[in-house]
Design a protein around this ligand. Sequence first.
Ligand code: NAD
Length: 497
Amino acid sequence: MKLIEHFVNGKIIPGSSDKKGKVFNPATGEQESEVRLASKSDLDNAVEVAKKAFETWSLKPPLQRARIIFKFKELIEKNSDELTKLIVSEHGKVYEDARGSLTRGLEVVEFACGIPHLLKGEFSENVGTNVDSWSIRQPLGVVAGITPFNFPAMVPMWMFPIAIACGNTFILKPSEKDPSCAIRLAELLTEAGLPEGVFNVINGDKEAVDAILENKDIKAVSFVGSTPIAKYIYENSAKNEKRVQALGGAKNHLVVMPDCDLDGAVNGLMGAAYGSAGERCMAQSVAVAVGDIGDELVSRLSKKAEALKVGPGMDKASEMGPLVTKEHLEKVTSYVDLGVEEGAKLVVDGRGLKLQGYENGFYIGGCLFDHVNKDMRIYKEEIFGPVLSVVRVKTFEEAAKLINDHEYGNGVSIYTRDGDAGRTFASKIQVGMVGINVPIPVPMAFHSFGGWKRSLFGDSGMHGMEGIKFYTKLKTVTSRWPSGVRSNAEFVMPTMK
Ligand code: NAD
């Protein structure tokens, strides 16, 4: 059986631990490979390598770093079919969706190509007589990224292109459920001319993560995953004096106003709730029906949810693939059972789906609940599967309060033709990423991605200027060149004259 190892110092290396994880093809349910799980010493060795590489990489002019990133961009484009198939084979999502997620990662690489401009500092001439002052941003050192299973290419690419373009060296700890893409990206970076040791991949589980948190030479940690782990990463990174951004889980609402283009809202909801089998942190898992739109909304949604084409990700006819693992399928199924117990109306039941020829695959059909209320666990908790809940409210104000009271604040959307409602919503809603007649408001690479409340621990989002700031530290220089006049020592707080 294929064994997926670590990638350190420009090459694949065997780990020291015998611990291995299983990697499945969710479409067939078969185990495809094993992945080596790192020990603390594997991680520490990789950090030593990255620390050494930082000495020269950080001194390379940004323009030279940008040229390597640009070459990497070309190699991703050239190898996009292979990378997409890797995502499909280990994650399960359908090919076009996987390809789209790769493109969203590629956009961050394109953004990072502008690093000479992005790192330009500020300069003030004559802040005092013959005194100049300037601010620059310098890299931190070795930084680490810990990423989730649901975007094995895109989420790592939210982090490392910017981190290395800024002059840092990087340790990526991808999800042990679908680790192959990270290794392939490392190989492509090497092919692009990235010096050895600048980008390293350490596969592993909690042991590798804890080793990252404890290693004093790792200066910053970027994390994306579930909220309990995000909180753990945030607290322990801070305890160990690291800079940290930890993005967590979500429960996203799409508000359907009575005046909206209902076809647009229904189509938007179908893609946003069931795309990638609901395994997206920006999935819209709650439709909030305002006023009297509920019956018509549920009627249209149910017809489409029943007609959803579920199948293997490589089948062009599939609109939705399987879930990532058997355990996750069981978890999502148990949430549907729970919703029935809690008294929500299960309008479309996707449980127990068996596909001919793929009987062992991790499939579930689209599920639709109506009459869900705010006290139910299926409303409060993140299910991370193709389960859409409809909550009915009387007014716009009630919809906004529902959303603002929720513990998560990642993404949200409103469908309306009323400009005042749209504007008020964007201004008042307590959520980090807002869509107006847009179903999944994922910011482009040159803006920044990040939720509010328990969807993000830390101060900065990913990519865009937030990314540049996160991966650099500020230095401000104040300078005077002697011009023959020597001043005496001064013992009061300096003010510029
Ligand atoms: P997860 O939290 O289980 O795992 C994420 C990472 O943490 C993995 O690399 C994993 O190996 C590691 N990990 C898992 N358990 C750990 C533990 N006990 N101690 C230390 N490390 C541990 O998340 P997942 O299931 O891989 O991904 C799905 C979750 O990620 C969802 O909650 C989803 O909303 C979230 N997510 C959030 C965003 C965002 O931008 N906010 C984006 C994508 C995914």
